[in-house]
Design a protein around this ligand. Structure first.
Ligand code: ZN
Ligand code: ZN
Length: 170
């Protein structure tokens, strides 16, 4: 794994761990861009969350916003997908042992939000991204992007029901 970690999503909550149960701090993010992982940069990354000291560790809740740049499955151009990342996660701190797969607070009270943000971002990206809901796609004949206009190709109908209709019309 890459040893250098994205710093913009690391937060020192050491002071919260020292504080009484119920103490909270609001954290606001307003980044033009943030590298979440080697394979993911979110631009922008904005929003806010609340970090609350509870007995097991620190509980984070809030909402972040970003866009994800994907390739439209129909026309292959850029599709900007708005992402809403709902944060609702407990980060465990020793001596409380974390359940399997749970997030933990690192040494010195650091919380690294990157893995959580990455997970939420992937969940928010549709399997078949579209640049817009009514994307016309590419012409099967000449490859023109039909969002930019009709290319004039005559596409042969292969649906037999339609070809019967066509014969009647002819
Ligand atoms: Zn498209
Ligand atoms: Zn065409």
């Amino acid at each position: 794994m890459n040893k250098s970690r994205p710093s913009r999503l690391r937060f020192n909550f050491g002071f919260l761990l020292e504080a009484p149960i119920g103490t909270f701090r609001e954290v606001e993010l307003d980044y033009p861009s943030a590298q979440v992982a080697q394979d993911l940069t979110l631009a922008p990354l904005t929003g806010s969350f609340l970090a609350t000291r509870i007995s097991e560790g620190v509980y984070l809740s809030g909402e972040l916003h970003s866009n994800s740049s994907q390739q439209c499955v129909r026309c292959l151009e850029d599709a900007i997908i708005p992402l809403q990342l709902d944060i609702d996660e407990l980060f465990y701190y020793p001596p409380h042992s974390a359940p399997e797969g749970a997030y933990v607070i690192g040494e010195n009270g650091y919380i690294d939000l990157a893995p959580l943000v990455r997970e939420l971002a992937w969940l928010g990206v549709p399997i078949q991204p579209l640049c817009r809901p009514d994307c016309q796609g590419l012409c099967m004949e000449c490859g023109q992007n039909l969002n930019h206009g009709d290319c004039g190709c005559k596409v042969e109908e292969i649906d037999p029901r339609l070809s019967v209709l066509k014969q009647l019309l002819d």
